[in-house]
Design a binder for this molecule. Sequence first.
Ligand code: CP3
Length: 355
Amino acid sequence: MEMNDRFLRACRREPVDVTPVWFMRQAGRYMAEYRLIREKYSLIEICRHPEIAAEVTLQPVRALGVDAAILFADILLPVIPLGLGLEFAKGEGPVIASPVHTLEDVRRMKPFNAEADLGYVMEAIRLLRGTLGGVPLIGFCGAPFTVASYVIEGGSSREFLKTKTMMYSAPEVFHALMDKLSTVLTDYIVAQIHAGAQAIQLFDSWVGTLSPHDYENFVLPYSQRILEAVKKENVPAIHFGTNTTTLLPLMKLAGGDVIGLDWRIPLDQGWSLLGNDVAVQGNLDPAILFAPLPEIKQRVTDVLRRADGRPGHIFNLGHGILQHTPVENVRAVVDIVHEYSVLPKGEGLGVRGSA
Ligand code: CP3
């Protein structure tokens, strides 16, 4: 297969033939071929079988024509070897059997070795590098804050009240947990790179619940540690969060070659808050994929117009694909991005600032 390097080039803010596009959660229940595999295996079983995880990773690459593959895994896998217990309860999302609340709980977390404890993930990466041909493979991990929120809350949360209560009432416990998770996640992401991941994404999905002040004190130093370790490996890093409009400059400071933007901020505004010395990824509202095609086309071209042909834009949604999304609409987005981003700056969709 021919090398498709437009995604990796865009990560480095190099010129590209057309805008690269991939989707967070591009593998999953909205695809019939994924549901077929899920009839036989649980989510964790899929992850634990490298050949099945590799197959699921390839499904959207085949079906959609995206410019990057993302390893099929979950940000919560590391909590299993840490001894906290993980289950995906039907309709409830993740459930952690032994949440962390005290310093004792932090100290009880088991030592972690990525190759020994999550070798099945590295094996899936090695298999994929052998079969993907020219399509680049993205590895990923959760950012310390987002993983800590699950570990403290015991599952998904809306208010993050247990997490914030720990931050404000027992900061030494919170910092000890963040320190431990940063060490674990650095080891994990570097192992993925050594296994063959060609870019990585740090998912800080829920960090937008914090004020800039709390982000700076409680989160930034830990995400920075992971992103600095990735930088040493010479592999591009995407730093992703949602609801981050007021956090963007601090997220940039924490690191990443590419910063994720969600739909709550227009892409051009988000990019100017960040500055031109960093690439951006985003930022279509995943719900737009439920709209009729003409509306989808207008919204996709609006994002491209706001990017205005500047090097360093990776097209994506502002968050993951939703469960009942029509596959044909996802495929249409790939085609629209590739078709409407070919014209050079100023000649295609209109110059900067035009509606
Ligand atoms: O993007 C991909 O295609 C790669 C696979 C991937 C999964 N989870 C598989 C998965 C990735 C990148 C993730 C990341 C992840 N996991 C995040 C960060 C991204 C985000 O959405 O903000 C988070 C917060 C998690 C934790 C998690 N995993 C939750 C909250 C849930 C339950 C919610 C749901 O949709 O049911 C999961 C389950 C999960 N992880 C599914 C998939 C495909 C659901 C489908 C299934 O059960 O088969």
